[in-house]
Ligand binder design. Structure first.
Ligand code: ADP
Length: 576
């Protein structure tokens, strides 16, 4: 149980991500399937929707013509009683047409029969023309006249033979596609005989330019609220040719089409999408929805990963802080205990030989230096964290700082049996603008680490050189090395490599974080190289210069060899 909890704690990021990502990915998969099914069925469903819309439009057109024509053509039969003898006295029919005007009719007319004085009957078509000389006039020979005659013929036969028709519904004659005629038989109220016919010639232009576009404009947005602007309704003739009508946009192929009823029965209304087919539209919808889902999933996983990452970092940091407290307590206790013991020996006068007294004194000095270094690190770290760390930059000789630090560190090195090999270029280096104390501290931290993590090796190489405008200080040990994946992390605060030998070495985890801060404050860079179990090299690059002052630098600087000699270090001239 405890192991399981530890596992979750350690791998909170991956555990948390899998807990969220797995159901999300399953959901995404399900959505993909659902969207694919939708993509497949959507064009069919849309076509059905279009078809039902077009049928509705066709029914509305039929209803419009039927009800209006029935009203307009409902001429009172009494009008024809007079008309039989005198065509000019159709005033009752004229009054009726006057009262029931109908925009969809290009012309209104009546059909009636009469008898020649000489014997025999005739059938007459009289066109209604309120503005003309005569309200009703003949128009023998015109195309309208022929169509009207043909249309009333079937009714007039009942009139001439004095028989009663079985049905008295409105009829449409579309034999001439340019002159479509609607007729209504007018029946005698008493014995239901056909006394005459009222008719109209349908106004094709009104239908195409006003009636149909008006109906579409009114009903389309309600049926296709999201994409009615993309939706096109076409009117086509019997051969499928596009007919002009009010809406401008046109497409070549209709996705769905329905024939018109009653009038214009050889025409059909069709529709489709302006810029794409239904299939393409469904594909786009599919792609859009899927990308939206992918984006949301990615955002969700990303957000959760970030939250988990920071949670896991917080957990690691708090663990590191806890380790830090225990490590620092240990780091403080050990030198303090040594100082107390050696101090007691000296106070009690148990040690008499001057050599021993000097040796104990050195121990006390070294231990207090270590303490000072540790406390400096902690104080500096707290300043860095609170943003109060300041640097006193001055032009200085980096070599001086390095040699001075090595001198101060020498006692510790000797005590631990370490041998330092110092390599210098053998010529004066340019000065640099640095905070000498800070650089000394950074260098000390590197030396301290080299000692701590050298394992069984006891040789450390310090190299000083100038390259590409940088003064380079490198510290090489032949110790436990650093795994490649840890190289970036070791510069994080409190971070300590938690494997292998490092467990046995105490430390605060602050040394390298401070080194990095110091080097970056000098606009320099820090590089770490080496292999695991084969030692490591930490290199500080400090910008050299300023050039203007480097001239006087040579005069002020002691030759490197002399300084090395005075330190008693093993020096090797470097290659460059
Ligand atoms: P510490 O007080 O633990 O030494 P540092 O910040 O100085 O803290 O170093 C961080 C970690 O980097 C160390 O705990 C160690 O794991 C690794 N490290 C630092 N210097 C060396 C080195 N010379 N050789 C191997 N590992 C090193």
């Amino acid at each position: 149980m405890f192991k399981l909890r530890e596992f979750f704690k350690r791998h909170i990021l991956w555990v948390g991500l899998s807990v969220v990502a797995v159901p999300l990915l399953i959901l995404l998969g399900l959505q993909y399937r659902y969207l694919s099914a939708l993509e497949w069925s959507l064009p069919g469903a849309r076509k059905d929707l279009m078809r039902s819309y077009l049928s509705e439009v066709a029914s509305k057109i039929e209803e419009y013509y039927r009800t209006s024509a029935d009203r307009v053509l409902n001429v009172p039969p009494s009008a024809f009683a007079v008309a039989r003898t005198d065509e000019r006295s159709l005033s009752e029919a004229a009054a009726h047409f006057e009262k029931n005007q109908f925009k969809a009719a290009r012309r209104l007319f009546v059909g009636l029969s009469g008898e020649y004085e000489s014997g025999g009957s005739y059938v007459l078509v009289l066109f209604y023309d309120p503005a003309g000389e005569q309200t009703f006039h003949r128009e023998a020979g015109s195309r309208d006249w022929s169509a009207a005659h043909a249309a009333i013929a079937s009714w007039m036969i009942y009139n001439l033979t004095n028989t009663t028709p079985d049905s008295t519904d409105l009829t449409v004659d579309e034999r001439d596609p340019n002159v479509r005629v609607i007729t209504k038989p007018i029946l005698d109220e008493k014995n239901s005989m056909v006394v005459g016919v009222a008719g109209m010639i349908v106004d094709q232009a009104f239908f195409q330019e006003t009636l149909l576009p008006g109906m579409i404009e009114e009903s389309l947005p309600a049926h296709f609220p999201e994409d009615y602007q993309e939706t096109v309704v076409n009117l086509r003739d019997s051969e499928g040719k596009l007919l002009p009508e009010g809406r401008q946009a046109r497409i070549l192929n209709d996705e769905a089409a329905v024939p018109l009823q009653f009038v214009f029965s050889d025409w059909r209304v069709g529709m489709g999408m302006l810029h794409m087919t239904e299939k393409q539209w469904a594909r786009r919808l599919f792609a859009f929805n899927l990308s939206l889902s992918l984006l949301m999933t990615a955002l969700l996983i990303g957000g959760i990963a970030m939250a988990l990452r920071s949670a896991s970092r917080e957990m690691k940091l708090s663990q590191m802080k806890a380790d830090f407290v225990s490590n620092v307590s240990h780091e403080l206790r050990t030198p303090l205990a040594s100082i107390r013991v050696f101090g007691e020996f000296l106070r009690l006068g148990r040690v008499k030989e001057p050599e021993k007294i000097r040796e104990y004194g050195e121990y006390i000095e070294t231990e207090s230096r270590r303490l000072t270094q540790l406390i400096n690190n902690i104080l500096d770290f707290s300043k860095i964290e609170s943003g109060h760390k300041t640097y006193q930059f001055e032009e200085a000789d980096v070599e001086d700082v390095v040699l001075e630090t090595l001198r101060a560190f020498k006692v510790r090195l000797d005590q631990c049996g370490f041998n330092i090999v110092f390599e210098s270029p053998g010529r004066p280096l340019p000065s640099a603008v640095i905070d000498a104390d800070a650089i000394a501290q950074a260098f000390t931290n590197l030396l301290d680490n080299a000692v701590k993590y050298s394992g069984s090796s006891s040789e450390i190489a310090v190299r000083l050189e100038e390259k590409d405008g940088y003064i380079i200080i490198s510290v090489t040990d032949h110790g436990i090395g650093i795994p490649r994946e840890e190289r970036e992390k070791i510069f994080d605060k409190f971070y300590r490599v938690s494997t292998g030998l490092v467990h046995d070495v105490k430390g605060s985890g602050l040394g390298l974080a401070i080194v990095k801060h110091i080097v970056e404050a000098h606009r320099g860079k820090m590089i770490v190289e080496g292999k695991q179990n084969a030692g490591s090299t930490f290199t500080i690059h400090l910008p050299a210069g300023p050039d203007a002052k480097s001239g006087s630098h040579e005069e002020e600087t002691q030759p490197a060899d002399e300084k090395d000699a005075s330190l008693g270090l093993n020096t090797v001239p470097s290659d460059n």
